[in-house]
Design a protein. Structure first.
Length: 82
């Protein structure tokens, strides 16, 4: 079982952050969305391994990164009120 490298996760996370920015409530800043995308990629991979679903290939990695980024941006929207 091969896990993707941190660089690949970061690059796909940046793209996932841009997608998650469009899907999240409150329209966060670009910087926050990109950081959430990178964190979401790591969170998505860790979460999928924790429940027993290994990530293999670019498609599942992108999906896990987008889901993780949306979760992080949703939590950010709950914490930061403007």
């Amino acid at each position: 079982m091969m896990t993707p490298g941190l660089f690949i996760v970061a690059v796909i996370g940046l793209l996932a952050g841009a997608v998650a920015r469009r899907m999240s409530p409150g329209q966060p800043s670009r910087f926050a969305a990109l950081i959430a995308g990178c964190g979401g990629g790591v969170l998505g991979i860790a979460g999928s391994h924790a429940i027993g679903l290994p990530i293999q290939g670019a498609g599942p990695l992108i999906l896990a990164a987008v889901v993780g980024a949306v979760i992080l941006l949703g939590l950010r929207a709950l914490i930061v009120r403007r």
